[in-house]
Ligand binder design. Sequence first.
Ligand code: CA
Length: 227
Amino acid sequence: MKILVVEDEERVAHFIQKGLKEEGHAIDVSFDGEDGGFLAEVNDYDLIILDVMLPKKNGISVCREIRDRGVITPVLMLTARDSVEDRVRGLDAGADDYLIKPFAFEELLARVRALLRRRSESKTPTLTMANLELDPISRKVTRAGKTIRLTTKEYALLEYLLRNPNKVLSRTLIGEHVWDMNFDPESNVIDVYVSHLRSKIDKGHALQLMHTIRGQGYMLTEEDVGN
Ligand code: CA
């Protein structure tokens, strides 16, 4: 999943970024309210982790503004003090949950999981193409009923492809969604992951789902695209 972290304390931001990356998420980090609000509007995130005390614009204003502009991404607010007022203002501004600082990473992770689960349940329960199935809740992937073991990045890549079926996805798009906005589209990391994923999902099956569209990118489809 793609997550935006808006937090001006670099130590805290990097701690969150590192931990969530290890869970297989793509993380963008922003260090002030103006930039964070901008990113939240222009990019499509699955979750936004938003600190309340931020330079330029506080988290409560950021949350209210993005909600006013139609952004429905779940927001997890980080409040510095155990202040009832802050929490109420945050929830009133459209936040979905809050976490009081300092917190243990496990606690953050539990909230993140709960919010992402709620989001995937409201989306589609199981993603399928032909006899390939991906369950976003249990993170289980099967083809023709047989379990396929994927690394966290391979899983994230497959989930992104399955959410965008029959569309040619460029390396830049894949990089932004599955890695992060600083991803270098010139690197061959995506090709390597696609090739691993292709052999895991397609090998031994007559119907190939993963296709390379020369000079354009990749596409997951059941249609015959002539390659
Ligand atoms: Ca802060």
